[in-house]
Each structure stands twice: as structure tokens, then as C-alpha cells.
Design a protein. Structure first.
Length: 142
């Protein structure tokens, strides 16, 4: 089977451009893309444990802990002991986190970067990207 190696180059370029733009825009809010992702995810699932949040975000718990520590220091999130197990931390958005414009910006950016792309093309792209991700997971399992 012949493959087109430029598709991976294109994916990497899109991710670099997206990250650079996102970081430039959220820097004004005192955030990075990684920290903004935590806020966006907590807006969907406020009150998650660190382990559950790391699993949903598909990142390692120590990486997430650094993000949470920084967000807590900056007042965007609050860490509380879990009701069922005081050894676990549960993460909540603070008032500052809820009032930040990260969610609106994130949704607006998604809308902007996908504008003028046909819904059928987006569905096909999603299928292709899902298959690429599945192939990568197979490699990791070897």
C-alpha cells in the first residue's frame, strides 16, 4: 500500500498553527492552551477527580497536576477533598474560571477554523482522524 507522507506533515502543521494562535489569544487571559483545555473540560464536567479529568483529557496525571496547580495559584480552579475519599482531590472552576472568556473563545475558534467546510467533508475527516488515532494506539500497544 502506498501512503502519502505529507498528510502527517499537514496534521502537524495544523496543530502547530492552532496551538500558536490559541496560545497567543489566551495569553491575554493569563493562560496557555494546556491550561485553557482544563478550564474548557471543567466547564463540561465540573467537579471531576484529577484522575478522571486526566483520563478524559488523555494526558498523564502528573502533567495535569502541574496544570491544575498553576490554575489554582492563578485563581481559575479550586481543589477540594472528594466527599467519598478525602485523599482524592476534586477540581471545580472558581468564579474567575467560570467568568473567563475561554469557553466562548474556544467555541468561536472552532467555528472559525471549520467555516466553509462541508459537513460531509468534516464527517469524512473525522473518520480518517479517528482511524489514524486507532492506528497510533495499535503501535503503542505493541
Amino acid at each position: 500500500m502506498s501512503t502519502d507522507p505529507t498528510i502527517i506533515d499537514s496534521l502537524l502543521q495544523v496543530m502547530r498553527l492552532m496551538r500558536r494562535h490559541f496560545d497567543e489569544c489566551v495569553r491575554e487571559m493569563g493562560l496557555t492552551m494546556s491550561r485553557a483545555r482544563v478550564i474548557v473540560e471543567l466547564a463540561r464536567h465540573d467537579g471531576m477527580s484529577q484522575n478522571d479529568l486526566a483520563r478524559v483529557m488523555m494526558i498523564e496525571p502528573p502533567t495535569l497536576k502541574r496544570q491544575i496547580d498553576a490554575l489554582e495559584a492563578d485563581g481559575f480552579v479550586e481543589c477540594r477533598p472528594a466527599e467519598d475519599d478525602g485523599r482524592k482531590k476534586v477540581i471545580f472552576l472558581s468564579e474567575k474560571g467560570r467568568q473567563s472568556k475561554v469557553n466562548e473563545f474556544s467555541q468561536s475558534l472552532r467555528d472559525d477554523v471549520l467555516q466553509d467546510i462541508d459537513a460531509a467533508d468534516l464527517a469524512t475527516a473525522r473518520q480518517v482522524l479517528d482511524q489514524i488515532a486507532a492506528n497510533i494506539r495499535k503501535l503503542a500497544d505493541r
